[in-house]
Design a protein around this ligand. Structure first.
Ligand code: NAD
Length: 696
């Protein structure tokens, strides 16, 4: 776990302690025991003049072992903070030789050393905030003392990493290695051992006040925007603020208390659930199947989605051929893409050169023949089965035999598309989310005959372009949109029963959703679901409750933000929803026509009706095998639908509430509102056997 080597240099002996705990050199309890022992031996060894700490393989350390949180192992001695204190109080100089990555507890360990040297590729970060906790081994106290309050606030509250150049600029590291990292660290240690200046230690007193006393308030506002509703960033800020008034020991005590509070809270458990859920979702369903290389991709349709998909590919350096039905549509799509890139340049997220390079990777065409040599085609034309079938049969003719044909359809049957080709095993769904160049979720839709190799290839491509792939099966709306249907259905019913659009959306925003269902409908365009409802109208049983509110709104030509009105109205150039009394009247008319007596609706009812509609449908999806794991559903909702990460996704949320309680409420809704609320058998089974979705 810790390999110890004594290096004899002309100027003296150095103990080199190497952390060896693959895959990420995490600092679990067994490793801490080994490190504590090695450190004490090195300190006691009279021949050793300095101690260097480094990591085996490609990285220094990825930090604490998160799986140990909330288990007795976290409190097993030595704690990380004990080791850091040993390093800091060592009578011999301690130097961190940071190879590759130092994250979380790994960086805190390095902060305990008297000196830090890193290689040029190194990166440093304290990502704890992303897991709903804070750096609990001194990070919030030592980093501000080392690099100042402002920079520490940035690093700790964002959770993002910085590179070696920035590390040097901030003073986080003392030097960037130009040759042999460990050798240079040894030399630095011996130089320090030889110095008469005494041991360099971070100040124990308070840190200097920031130039702008408003920095904490600004940080709180930024954290509120970025980590909506999460407690952890605010606790991080409080800890950093504490460095202004406390010495190191007091600050460490404060940090410890705040860490304990967070680590035991449901928010952090939910965030850690999402962290592991994403990793599970991204695992290839069949690890033995090799993905094929994808060097060249065709995209059909240069509209909202096709443009974003082409940009995602080009951003990862993959050449794209973009096909449209005519030159005018192609030019329109091209202009939008150029404008999007130009906006990124203006916001300094991208430089001009990179923008030109990316645009140069996208060739435009109206000729199918130009797709003859691509390895994959992603179709993003109109959501119309006939249009898509024709495109797929054209592709079947011009493309090379081994090409993979993918559709970005939101709801249509992948198997029908596959049947329009002579290679059903090569057809798959790739359901990107809007805007496709930004949103990280990708539902990978497995058709009845899609081959494992094709799935593996799409999973690999997703990783290359920075998306989170989640494998789903074929059904109307796959996982995400299928669950949205009962969710919005309940939102519409609640309007008829007495709530206003602003009340429904407000309650769900306060619950933590990025936006409420009615505002989301206005943003996506109300015509899309209107068309789907019209398609289903002939087969809809007459005895099942149906709300006509959304249809009536669409019939007025109000299709959402794009027409400046929908459930709300919008002022020119603004996306801010303004309640519209005309809609309140329309809702009342619909309720009257349906014979519904309007009443007071509580926020609690809004949450239960909408959330449990998601959960019940999610349970059916699991029963049918449309999703592989309940945690996959959580990933889809958090990454694709603005579900609050601190609630862990709808299925985790249901587990947190308790399935017996969720079921009892659903049974009550069933009695009150009828068969749309029939409890899913899986939910009943789990609730009656005392299990949770996460036990599946
Ligand atoms: P869009 O109307 O913005 O773009 C469709 C583009 O396809 C248009 O530019 C059109 O000219 C082009 N097109 C139509 N027929 C074509 C043909 N035969 N050959 C070549 N090009 C053709 O639509 P969109 O919002 O980008 O949606 C595209 C697909 O993505 C749909 O299947 C939709 O359901 C799906 N989708 C949309 C969203 C979304 O939020 N907009 C999200 C996920 C999936």
């Amino acid at each position: 776990m810790i390999s110890k080597q004594i290096k004899i240099l002309p100027t003296g002996q150095v103990a080199i302690l190497t952390i060896q705990n693959p895959p990420v050199n995490s600092l679990g309890s067994a490793l801490r025991v080994a490190l504590g022992k090695a450190l004490n031996e090195a300190i006691a060894d009279p021949g050793v003049l300095a101690i260097v700490l480094t990591g085996a393989g490609k990285l220094f350390s990825g930090g604490a072992d998160i799986r140990e949180f909330n288990t007795p192992l976290t409190s097993q001695k030595p704690l990380l903070r004990d080791l850091i204190s040993t390093l800091e109080n060592s009578p011999k100089p301690t130097v961190a030789a940071i190879n590759g990555i130092a994250l979380g507890g790994g960086l805190e360990l390095a902060l305990g050393c008297h000196y830090r040297v890193a290689d040029a590729q190194a990166s440093f970060g304290l990502p704890e905030v992303k897991l709903g906790v804070l750096p609990g081994a001194g990070g919030t106290q030592r980093l501000p003392r080392l690099i100042g309050v402002e920079a520490a606030l940035d690093i700790i509250t964002s959770g993002d990493s910085i590179n070696a150049d920035d590390g040097l600029r901030y003073g986080l590291i003392d030097q960037i290695s130009v040759g042999d990292l460990v050798q240079e660290a040894c030399q630095l240690g011996l130089l320090a051992a030889d110095s008469t200046e005494g041991m360099r230690r971070l100040s124990r007193g308070p840190v200097a006040a920031p130039k702008d006393p408003g920095v904490f308030e600004v940080a709180r506002q930024q954290a509120g925007r970025r980590y909506r509703g999460c407690m952890a960033p605010l606790e991080c800020i409080a800890c950093i603020e504490k460095t202004l008034t406390s010495d190191l020991d007091e600050g460490l005590e404060f940090e410890r208390e705040r860490f304990q509070l967070l680590v035991n809270d449901d928010q952090s458990k939910a965030q850690r659930h999402v962290f592991f859920a994403e990793r599970a979702a991204m695992k290839l369903p069949d690890a033995d199947v090799q993905p094929r290389p994808i060097k060249h991709v065709g995209v059909v349709g240069a509209g909202t989605m096709g443009g974003g998909i082409a940009m995602s590919l080009a951003n990862a350096g993959i050449p794209v051929v973009l096909l449209e039905r005519d030159q005018a549509a192609l030019d329109r799509g091209w202009k939008v893409m150029k404008d999007n890139y130009a906006a990124s340049v203006k916001r300094k997220k991208l430089d001009q050169f990179a923008m030109e390079q990316r645009l140069a990777l996208i060739k435009r065409t109206v000729e199918y023949q130009d797709l003859a040599n691509v390895d994959l085609v992603i179709e993003a034309a109109f959501e119309d089965m006939d249009v898509k079938k024709e495109i797929f049969s054209n592709l079947d003719i011009v493309c090379k035999p081994e090409v993979i044909l993918a559709s970005n359809t939101s709801r249509l049957d992948i198997n029908v598309l596959a049947a329009a080709t002579s290679r059903r095993s090569h057809v798959i769904g790739t359901h990107f989310f809007s805007p496709a160049n930004v949103m990280r979720l990708l539902e990978v839709v497995q058709g009845a005959e899609t081959s494992p190799e094709v799935i593996a290839t799409l999973f690999n491509l997703a990783r290359v372009i920075g998306k989170i792939p989640v494998l789903v099966g074929v059904c109307d709306g796959f996982v995400g949109n299928r669950m949205v249907s009962p969710y919005t259905r309940e939102a519409h019913f609640l309007l008829e029963e007495g709530a206003s659009p602003a009340q429904v959306d407000g309650a769900l925003r306060r619950f933590g959703m990025a936006m409420g269902p009615l505002q989301m409908g206005d943003m996506a365009g109300l015509d899309i679901s209107w068309a789907a409802r019209k398609r289903m109208a002939p087969t809809r049983p007459a005895h099942i409750r149906y709300s006509s509110v959304a249809d009536r709104i669409c019939e007025m030509g109000r299709l959402g933000q794009k027409t400046k009105n929908g459930f709300y109205r919008y002022e020119e150039g603004s996306r801010n929803p303004i309640p519209d009394p005309m809609i309140d009247e329309l809702i009342k008319e619909c309720a009257l026509a349906a014979g519904i007596q309007r009443r007071e609706i509580s926020d609690a009812e809004i949450i239960q009706r909408t959330m449990y509609a998601l959960v019940n449908e999610g349970a059916r999806i699991l029963e049918e095998g449309i999703a592989q794991r309940s945690s996959d559903i959580d990933v889809i909702y958090v990454a694709g639908y603005g579900f609050p990460i601190f609630r862990g996704g709808p299925m985790f949320y249901a587990d947190t509430v308790g399935l017996p309680e969720v079921l009892a409420t659903i049974e009550r809704f069933h009695a009150e509102h009828g068969e749309l609320w029939t409890p899913a058998p899986l939910l009943k089974e789990l609730a009656s056997s005392g299990r949770k979705f996460s036990d599946l």
